[in-house]
Design a protein around this ligand. Sequence first.
Ligand code: UT7
Length: 376
Amino acid sequence: MPYAAITGWGKCMPPAVLTNADIATFLDTSDEWIVTRTGMRERRISHVPATDLAAVAGARALACAGLDPADLDLIVYGSCSYDEQVPNSASGVQVLLGAANAGAMDINTACTSFLYGLSSASALVRTGVVRNALVLGVELISPYMDWSNRNVAVLFGDGAAAVVLQASGREEGVLAEHLGCHADARQVLRIRGMGCSYANRGVLYGHTQWDFDGQEIFRRAVKGMTQATARALAKGNIDAGAIDLVIPHQANMRIIESVAKLAHIPMDKVFLTVERYANMSAATVPVALVEALEAGRVRPGALLLTPAFGAGLTLCSHVIRWGERVTPLGTSTAALPPCTRSALEMVNDYRALAARRAESEPGLRAPRFAESGPLA
Ligand code: UT7
């Protein structure tokens, strides 16, 4: 059975920066609180749709792999913030890339969507269903953020990145992984206002309220990422000491430190972006992977570990063997249109729209949620 080597990588970060000080202009918070509790200093706010971010990241990843878009067999779009529900986002990326021969599917496991997508695409490559796949992690959170809620508004940012997978005879790509879900706690992170439960109930799409039990998510994240890591390492018969670099989901600096400690991996082996980009949900790990490569932190043949968790509460950890090449074969000219507004101006627009909507809409109560146990 062939392996699914990662042969291309690319990111697309929107240029507008929202600092902690910007957020403190409209919420009762401070740079000091956000930095000490989360490690975050700034995040990005996109001026374009998510599929535009995705297409630029995808074009860069394809150029890096030296692969023509027409040679792609599959596009996997990992996200929980689709531009539209129907048609799916992967098909939008197919059009923008000109990858007319590719199948196109979306995967939503919230913050772990890229990694669940990586597992799915790797399996399809390894079993010979496809030869060349593009896996994206994309998130556009700013339009549906509840900017009046300081518990969540300080934590997230927008971004996108992608990798190219290609069938290979060498032992590369995902070597072992564990996928799981603490569904018994799924109610601790819910975004009210997104989904069919709210359709035709007078709620405008994008008018959200977040159910968010930060402490419970924190506790579950540490436990879930640590468990998933132990299971992935055991499956691959790999010792934690053999890991060269950890590229974790970056929801909170303190979560990352706890997981590293419990996994017996020193922090100097952990690659961090949380300070500059905050939590970009599905985009977090692939953006960090691309930046680790750009920073020369991934050596040829390196063993990488990518523990993550997200709403659901989904969790996973992947052990990835990097190939010999750590530099791009080519570069793409794909780029975003210029951004003429500041991040704070864009956020203030969302806030003004939300305030107007709130006057005319009913409360965001959904009729039925599945929280009870197995059916009797
Ligand atoms: O990818 C999945 C996404 N979710 C997560 O990863 C979240 C995981 N959880 C966390 O990262 C942390 O629980 C948070 C960063 C969300 C919160 O940190 P914490 O240390 O658990 O704080 P807390 O919730 O216990 O709140 C402590 C205090 C509270 O005030 P009182 O009750 O002590 O007076 C909060 O009201 O901090 C207050 N607080 C804030 N203060 C200033 C909460 N948010 C803020 C804020 N600015 N943004």
